[in-house]
Design a protein around this ligand. Structure first.
Ligand SMILES: Cc1ncc(COP(=O)(O)O)c(C=O)c1O
Length: 393
């Protein structure tokens, strides 16, 4: 491996949200941070080099997206996600959540219904609500240890609440589920039947493990391009959340026009030069780094699973098919959902995300981020065990 993912980098005191907001958010400045989806690995040498060159050679004024940036995105999506898109299908945004907000404003009207899963990534609901639309949730069902969609409930919701948009986490955060081709087809066909726009948030899609295959809806059937807006970013996979660049893939001209209108109205059409340079270096030059990252993360995932199987056999968890997030059920602690984070801090000094933030159905779950050096992960797992042991003793 050319990249040393075992290297421990001290991020405290660098204004890292993951490390420096511990005291404020968790009440412990020493807690081991295994929460927000941000990796403790150095960026690829290629990204670092590209950013150095930018600073050395250029003036940092307003910048246009270069043809080579578009090409890097088009090629990446073609090779990784079998997508056939062109430059005209791509729009930029500072972030995926910001892009969801724009889609909500552009493609729905005030008080329209928007459907999301329960549980799912927290900002899906807050963004819809802060834009004055009605949020509805459809429960995910646990079957054979993984989340499955309840299509009857989805159809009932479409009918009863005149839903105009479905926001999908593809793959699923926090459960790590990679939706199969058949599951996606069933969902999109329902969306088309009820004239519902599907927002497919694919920010984690390049973090899929070797035992799963990820599909992007617009690669499945040509007609889906009329109903789906895909959102993507290099930020999770290449650890670039701070440089703020994401993109929409929108093939339907009418939808694209509406999105562009809101982008103009909200002055959201100017983007970060650092984001553009880093994204291009990620997609076009960091292929080997990505391959090595995935090997490392897969070993980390397997280590977490082995640990839970051996040390905490009573704890139910979902094997992540994608993402570096591990979703487990802490109900054997017999603690209220809103007290779980505090308990993990008090008994184990470990900062995790509480399931209650993702939906009512996951009040007893916790989310652990395993994108860290293996020695840190091992320490984190011991701390989790300490929390469960504290209840047994
Ligand atoms: C499903 C999902 N979408 C979006 C984001 C955040 O995207 P951004 O930082 O580009 O707004 C995250 C971050 O963890 C996420 O998990």
């Amino acid at each position: 491996m050319s990249q040393n993912f075992d290297e421990i980098i001290d991020r405290s005191g660098t204004n890292s949200v993951k490390w420096d907001a511990r005291e404020q958010l968790f009440g412990s400045a020493t807690a081991l941070p295994m929460w927000v989806a941000d990796m403790d690995f150095k960026n690829s040498d290629q990204i670092r080099k590209a950013l150095h060159e930018l600073i050395d050679d250029q003036i940092l004024g307003y910048a246009l997206p270069s043809d080579s940036l578009f090409e890097s995105i088009i090629l990446w999506q073609k090779e990784r996600h079998q997508m056939n898109i062109n430059k005209e299908n791509i729009l930029f945004s500072p972030g995926v959540v910001g892009a969801i907000a724009v889609c909500v404003q552009a493609l729905t009207s005030p008080h329209d219904g928007v459907l999301i899963h329960d549980p799912v990534y927290t900002p899906f609901s807050s963004v819809v609500q802060s834009n004055n639309r009605r949020i509805y949730r459809t429960p995910l069902i646990i079957e054979n240890g993984q989340y499955k969609m309840d299509y009857d409930h989805i159809e009932k919701s479409f009918k009863e609440h005149s839903i105009k948009m479905f926001i999908l986490s593809n793959p699923h955060n926090p459960g790590g589920r990679v939706w199969s081709k058949e599951e996606l087809i069933q969902l999109i066909d329902l969306c088309i039947q009820y004239e519902v726009i599907l927002i497919s948030d694919e920010i984690h899609s390049d973090l899929t493990y070797t035992d799963s295959t990820i599909y992007s809806p617009i690669s499945l059937k040509e007609e889906y391009k009329n109903w789906v807006v895909t959102l993507h970013s290099a930020s999770k996979t290449f650890n670039l959340a701070g440089v703020k660049l994401a993109f929409y893939i929108v093939c339907n001209d009418e939808l694209k026009g509406k999105i562009e209108t809101v982008q103009h109205e909200t002055e959201q059409n100017s983007i970060s030069t650092f984001g553009m340079v880093a994204t291009e270096a990620a997609f076009s030059k960091s292929i080997e780094w990505h391959k090595e990252l995935m090997e490392y993360l897969e070993e980390n995932r397997n280590l977490v699973i082995e640990f839970f199987d051996k040390e905490l056999p009573e704890v139910f968890y979902m094997k992540p098919e994608s993402t570096y997030l591990f979703w487990f059920d802490a109900s054997s602690l017999h603690i209220e959902g809103d007290k779980l984070t505090e308990t993990f801090i008090q008994k184990g000094d470990i900062a995790l995300n509480a399931g209650i933030a993702y939906g009512n159905s996951s009040q007893q779950f916790m989310r652990l981020n395993f994108a860290c050096p293996r020695s840190v992960l091992k320490e984190g797992l011991q701390r989790v065990k300490k929390v469960f042991d504290s209840v047994k003793n």
